[in-house]
Design a protein around this ligand. Sequence first.
Ligand SMILES: [Fe+2]
Ligand SMILES: [Fe+2]
Length: 479
Amino acid sequence: MEGQGFQGAEDRKKIALDYFRSKGLLERAREVLKHLSAAKKTFLIYPPHHEMCLQAVSQFMEAFSAYLRWGKEFSLRVIGEEFFFEERLLARESVLYYPLLNELREKEVGGITLLPGLDGAEFSDFIQLLNLGWDEIAEAGGLPALLEAKGAAHVLLDKPGTWEEKPRQLRELASAREEYFEAVDVIRELVEQVASRKRLSLNKANRVVGMILNRVGENRSAVLGLATIKSYDEYTSFHSVNVLILSLALGSMLPLDRNALMILGTGALLHDLGKVTIPQNILNKKGPLTRREWELMRQHPVRGADILLAQPGVHPLSVTVAYEHHARYDLSGYPAISGKDHISLFSRIVQVVDVFDAMTSARPYQGARTPDHAIRVLVKGMGNAFDPLLVKIFVDMMGLYPVGTLVRLRGGELGVVYEQAEGEAASPRVKIIRDCEGREVEPYLVDVARLREEAGGDDREVVESVLPEKVAVDPLDYL
Ligand SMILES: [Fe+2]
Ligand SMILES: [Fe+2]
């Protein structure tokens, strides 16, 4: 008996060690990819012996050796529109490094394996080859041939499609993410145009709004998952796209026709454009703003409206959204609005989702709040800050635990909210990722409401939401 007890403890220790190993490995793999992408960009700007390139190579090598302390070889796969590290989907990286992903596909690379023994010189060669033009690569017989000619023995490339074996659902999700990234690109472009006082490419903005609107029409709950993508460094662009997605999702619950939804969407996408005129150090300030800074900050709605008014072809109601999105339902916000009791309907929609996305994003001056916390803040502000009816519809749509929320069930399991179950605001469908002892499990879906009925007990009940950074989980990996 004693022997068996000892065995059990050893097993548990091994499982725990395996778990930490796989977690550590994934984190380090992410770092490797990050520095690979950064080095590639640096080599496009500077010559290979420039200090910036040398620095990029040494940063990459540091990340790679840190990785090798945990893993044997580094295997990055390109599957459809996404990056995988071995079998694990790198959802966030697929969005962040989409240009790299796209280029690898163009240059017929289906996967990259980096072997121990790779040194800075070989890595630098690899990056330079990767940066060659598509035609130059094709002429030389492809990247693998070029690598071989250089004598690079620690970089192996897979043919495109080597790892392609994906269910249709994953492919659809991938193309939805591609659209998300396209939308981010367009808002980046618009921001640049405002900064350099050029005319805005409103046709592109319209195309993006139409594209997201089609997605919302096809599958609203899948689109809501997209809005959980955030970027700390590029907050405003990602925030604008999230506000677009959530506004269209909420707007489409109301009796609005396509034309009205397009006007709403344009206002939502462009609502914070006025921030372009506010200095970065104020937007990203850690501490509280001084009175002067705050006054400047409060001007962004008016400035945004001015920018849009100067553009031919922006619907007046879209401009109103930019102007009113901080004015609050009861007009107690800014700027001061007179002559009516409430801000307009589209502004009210954008205001609700704007607060939701801002609260659930990490900013220099505040950590991200969990989605259910943000929902409670909206509910608390019903009637004064927010239109009560819109908050009610928004909560019905999002559920108490919105898609992408990390939750703990009463039995102790950890999961990611995958889908809302109709009429069950507190009991969504959850993808379980860790068991009650905290061990990582092959993710599987449970229907919390149904399980509770079947089991007659309440151990399958959501008891709390968990902040992703507390348990080092990226919920996006599981959507
Ligand atoms: Fe704003
Ligand atoms: Fe905003």
